[in-house]
Design a protein around this ligand. Sequence first.
Ligand code: AMP
Length: 545
Amino acid sequence: MSKDWPGWPTEDAERYQQAGWWAGETFSAALHRWAARRPDHVAVVDHRRRLTYADLVSESEAVAAGLAAHGVGPGDRVILQLPNVAEFLTLWFALQHLGAVPVHAMPAHRTAELEHLADLADARAYVTTDVHQGFDHRELADHLVAARAQAGRALLVVVVGEVGDRAATGYDQLRTADGADRASGVRTETSSRDLALLLLSGGTTGLPKLIPRTHDDYLYNARLSAERCGMTPDTVFLAALPVAFNFSWCCPGALGTLSAGGTVVLARDPSPDTVFDLIVAERVTSLTLNPPLAGLFVEEIGFGGRDTSSVEVVNVGSARLPDDVAVTVGPAFGATLQQVYGMAEGLICYTHLDDPEGLVTTTQGVPMSPGDEVRVVDGEGRDVAAGEPGELLTRGPYTLRGYWRADEHNAVAFTPDGYYRTGDLVRRLETGHLIVVGRVKDQINRGGEKIAPAEVEGHLVTHPQVDVAAVFGVPDPLYGERVAAAVRPVPGQGEPDPATLVAHLRERGLAAYKVPERFAVVDDMPLTAVAKIDKAALRERVTRQ
Ligand code: AMP
């Protein structure tokens, strides 16, 4: 087992394999198998291109050869930061052919997140775009290259789009690499138990961690999700959110769709015009949304003139879907609502497609695999009675047993017998359905975007006027919660102005969605009985402001 991350104990791994949950296949092999079924069927559509399964294979192999010619090889970690474009898929599978490891960055991430990611993953390459939503990612690449150079590491930069006058490699250059032998791009020695990708955790304490996912476990995640969501070769799945999200990528997402033989449609942006136009143009049958988008689209449909007749299933997850919004989704789309609750760490729950409406609109589903083991426990780790709230612990064939290079954190994030402490408070009904009722982890969920308060606090205290900072969520009707901060000024330095603090955080390269939208300046931080900052009291105070 790799020293970088603790995998499953041998006896569990054998059990998962014997049960057929782990199929012993790599993503590279899986793509070839999927393509052999219907090579001419459209696999992926973006705003510029349509690629068949055969195209996806040949282009990803060509790119793999190009990457190999640039020195990318087995085990190399490569940060992928791309919007919803077909190249996300061709590059992702190119890396799989090579036995290299994609590291998923979100399009909204900036230097603060990327630098941390590059360090933590010890990245060999950074794949990005030119300009996206007004932001020049090539400048970010320059910054990263310099930061890596300081650490004595070279970073290959690949740009999908205009390279400009930079020392980067263009995607088209990779695809058509002179003399590169296609076959050299495909490796067959990768084992299905090897690391296939690294996902970024939402994070709680300190900086976000990396989640190791193997071929066996992630392919199972994709395949079983597709089955639970009723995907078939006729499925046309629309990714409205960034495809880099675990939710849009594999739950069932793009990979689930490909495993079922369907078509993946990538929306450039999640605006109603883009999404509804694509639904009509591509006859979309399935889409995944977070609760704010679900609410927005229901409202949009209510205005009239939107045709959603092709849609069969709408998956909503990544944050709690309010029950009163849940009842509107199915009727508005004329489709089946299917709630999704899960985490990039593994466990995914779905409501059943044939569940009674009462369960679909009030619960977040049942764990999808018979191999999922779940416990709901009190503060002392004792199982609570059915229906009572408690923290959800889980382990199983696609839930990690430890983060990447994080031994110290792993000692607290998992129980000694390997259960992942989700930090989510749930109630489990007799039917097995879970209802998410809250959270014990210090994390903010802004409509599906996860924010680790400790990370933002660490940036705030670097401002010369800030002595102590506390970051927390405040209730919000659209996002569920928004980010707020309370700061105690450094004595004698004057009161920090919120606009200055926002500018400071942006300057430090923090992703926009993590920047607090509300601030309070306090003389003293309220403390709990155990002398920790009382965020509940601060939340109440800011909410009342
Ligand atoms: P991520 O790894 O970014 O998908 O975040 C996982 C976390 O998002 C979970 O541990 C929950 O806290 C939250 N989450 C995901 N889906 C739901 C849902 N349907 N309802 C409530 N919270 C959710």
